[in-house]
Design a protein around this ligand. Sequence first.
Ligand code: PLP
Length: 396
Amino acid sequence: MIEFAQNLSRLGDENAFAVLARAAELVAEGRDVINLGIGQPDFPTPPHIVDAAVKALRDGHHGYTPAVGIPPLREAVAADIHRRLGVEVNPDRIVVMPGGKPTMFFAILMFAEPGAEIICPDPGFPIYRSVIDYSEATAVPLPMNEDNDFAFRADDLLGRITPATRLIILNSPANPTGGVTPGVEIDKLVKGLERWPGVAILSDEIYGQMIYDGQEHKSLLTYEALRDRVILLDGWSKTYAMTGWRLGYGVWPAGLVDHVRRLAVNSHSCVNAPAQFAGIAALEGPQDCVTEMVSAFDERRAFVARRLNEVDGIRCVVPGGAFYAFPNVTGTGWDERTLASALLEEAGVATIAGTDFGGHGAGFIRLSCANSLDNIAAAIDRMESYLGKHEPRHTG
Ligand code: PLP
């Protein structure tokens, strides 16, 4: 019998991928499933971006690149950050990654070890918790509450910091809730962090351009006081509908860049070259593809919240950003896990149980708005009709 490392059992998962696979199985059996499970834009990558990758291959860009990314891409990212956020960033601090996830994986590995505490949102993107547990640090969940529109409160967060805290993970606009933390709370947090100069922040801003109702995205990168301890996570997956390309980046404090470079060299070596050329085309090309996608998500999330609030037993905060809705389903009498599973297996609607994002997701399910308005409307009709015809069930 082979023996493998104990800590593998601590590594978590992202159930959205399992739901995606199960939905595909059901479709292959001839069932009709509307997928509101996975967080992947339903738009194709804009053609000028695809063309840039094809051209890069034809031009012979087949080889390894620098581990931190090709210089013109790092420069394009710096220019994009300047354009959007008004912040000057030296391209040397930008490290290109195969997707958004590796920045999070490496950032957590850099700070986590037994005895270290890491504060992370709950409900939150499941990989934060998974990697913290894997690395045997202690996860300190920061509850994201429905009564606060799923934004965090600075005082709540500051109250959880102890001398053992090494890293705080923030995500606004947020997955799975669509919550957006107002700028005043972030100002307050930054002020409070003056008392804790040894605490680093990983700010996952992958949904930073998906924000509605005239709100402004407040990036942690804009605070000069945090320059030496903020890691910004961003990427192309959501903004440019490029989930399968595997392209993202981190902006790191100068002192950490060489550590992340070594982590990259030890794992993926570099990001595939044509994807990096596509990334330049995305940032330097026309941005109306982004505006159009965001306005479609805006319309859908407003519709989803309005329509869900008409369903007996369901109430839903209007998401302020990202492309998810996180309705409270406790009034239906079902628990979230049984409901998500019944909706998939019996009603043909894929959703994700709130508890797949942490214990504070109990009583909620996540719906992704990455599907057409017609499909979303049909999915909510199916949910309503299913709930009307079935007695609530509970598991375990
Ligand atoms: N961060 C958040 C909050 C996400 O929701 C996701 C993807 O769903 C990621 C990071 C990872 O993005 P990528 O697919 O680029 O690795």
